[in-house]
Design a protein around this ligand. Structure first.
Ligand code: NAP
Length: 281
C-alpha cells in the first residue's frame, strides 16, 4: 500500500511559529512569558532535552531560566526552589526534568509545582481537569499526537483507536484525549490477553510500550494510521521507535517516522502550554 509519512518536524515548526506569534502579541501588551527549567544531576539524555527546551523558548521568543542542581541536592532544597519559583511573577511555567535521582520523591515534587505553572501537565489537578474536559494545560506528548493526526487530515471521530501502553505520561492521557475527540478507545498493556487481535482492529494505533521495533506488520490492519511514540538509540547510534517501520509502513495509510514524528511535537506542545500562561487573566 502507498503510505504517507506524517511529518512531525514540519508540523511542530508550524505550531512553534503560531506560538511565537502569540508570544509577540503578549509582548506588545507588555506581558513577558518565561519557563523555569530545573535539572538535578547531569544525566546526558536529560541535558539534551533541557537544551532543546531552552532552544525552543528562544525560537518562540519566550524567556527561559535554567537551574542546574548537583546530584546531591536534597528533596527539601528542590522543594524550596519550586516554592520560590511558584511565587515568582516573572515565571509562567515550571518544568522539572525527569527522572530525578532516586533519593527524591518525584510525586512529591510534581505536586509541589503550582498547577497554574505546571506546563508539563503532570499535577493531579491538571490531569483531573483534562479528564473531565475542563480548559487547562494538555499533556505534551499525547496532545502532540492529537495535533499530528488533525493536521494530517486524520479524523478521529467514530474511529477504532487503540493505545498500546498505559503509562501516566503517555498511554493513559492519550486514551483520554482520543476519547475527547470522540474516538472509540481501547487501551492495551502487558496483561492484555491477545494483543494482536486488539491492535488489528485499530483504524488509529498509538504505540507507547518502550520496546524497540516491537510492532510488526502482523499487528496492523491494512490502511491503519500508526503513531509511534517510542524512542530508542540503537547500538549503531541511530534512533528507532517501538514500531518496526520498514515492516509496518507498507500496510499503513499514514505513519510517523522516528526520528521526526512524535518527538518534536512534545516540545512544540510544551511551548503552547507555556504561551497560554501569559494569556490567562
Ligand atoms: P512505560 O512507562 O515504560 O510504559 C510502557 C507501557 O507499555 C506500560 O503500560 C506496559 O504495560 C506496556 N507494555 C510493555 N510491554 C508490553 C507488551 N509486551 N505488551 C503490551 N504492553 C506492554 O513507557 P512510557 O513512558 O509510556 O514511554 C513509552 C515509549 O515512549 C518509550 O520508548 C519512551 O522513550 C517514549 N516516549 C517518547 C516521548 C516523546 O516525546 N516522543 C515522550 C515520552 C515517552 P504495564 O502497564 O502492564 O506494565
Amino acid at each position: 500500500m502507498e503510505y504517507r509519512l506524517i511529518d512531525g518536524k514540519s508540523i511542530s515548526t508550524q505550531i512553534k511559529d503560531e506560538v511565537r506569534e502569540r508570544a509577540r502579541k503578549l509582548k506588545a501588551k507588555g506581558v513577558e512569558v518565561a519557563l523555569a527549567v530545573i535539572q538535578v544531576g547531569s544525566d546526558p539524555a536529560s541535558s539534551v532535552y533541557v537544551r532543546n527546551k531552552k532552544k525552543a523558548c528562544e525560537y518562540c521568543e519566550m524567556g527561559s531560566v535554567s537551574h542546574e542542581l548537583p546530584e546531591s541536592t536534597t528533596e527539601e532544597e528542590l522543594l524550596s526552589l519550586i516554592e520560590e519559583l511558584n511565587r515568582d511573577n516573572k515565571i509562567g511555567g515550571i518544568l522539572v526534568q525527569l527522572p530525578l535521582p532516586g533519593h527524591i520523591d518525584e510525586d512529591r515534587v510534581i505536586r509541589a509545582i503550582s498547577p497554574e505553572k505546571d506546563v508539563d501537565c503532570f499535577h493531579p489537578v491538571n490531569v483531573g481537569k483534562m479528564c473531565i474536559g475542563e480548559p487547562g494545560f494538555l499533556p505534551c506528548t499525547p496532545a502532540g499526537v492529537i495535533e499530528l493526526l488533525k493536521r494530517s487530515g486524520v479524523s478521529i471521530q467514530g474511529k477504532e483507536c487503540v493505545v498500546l501502553g498505559r503509562s501516566n505520561i503517555v498511554g493513559k492521557p492519550m486514551s483520554m484525549l482520543l476519547l475527547r475527540e470522540n474516538g472509540t478507545v481501547t487501551v492495551c498493556h502487558s496483561k492484555t490477553a491477545d494483543l494482536k487481535a486488539v491492535t488489528k482492529r485499530a483504524d488509529i494505533l498509538v504505540v507507547a510500550i518502550g520496546k524497540p521495533k516491537f510492532i510488526t506488520a502482523d499487528y496492523i490492519k491494512e490502511g491503519a494510521v500508526v503513531i509511534d511514540v517510542g524512542i530508542h538509540r540503537m547500538d549503531d547510534g541511530k534512533l528507532c521507535g517501538d514500531v518496526d517501520f520498514d515492516d509496518v509502513a507498507p500496510r499503513c495509510s499514514q505513519i510517523t517516522p522516528v526520528p521526526g514524528g512524535v518527538g518534536p511535537m512534545t516540545i512544540a506542545m510544551l511551548m503552547q502550554n507555556l504561551v497560554s500562561t501569559g494569556e490567562m487573566e
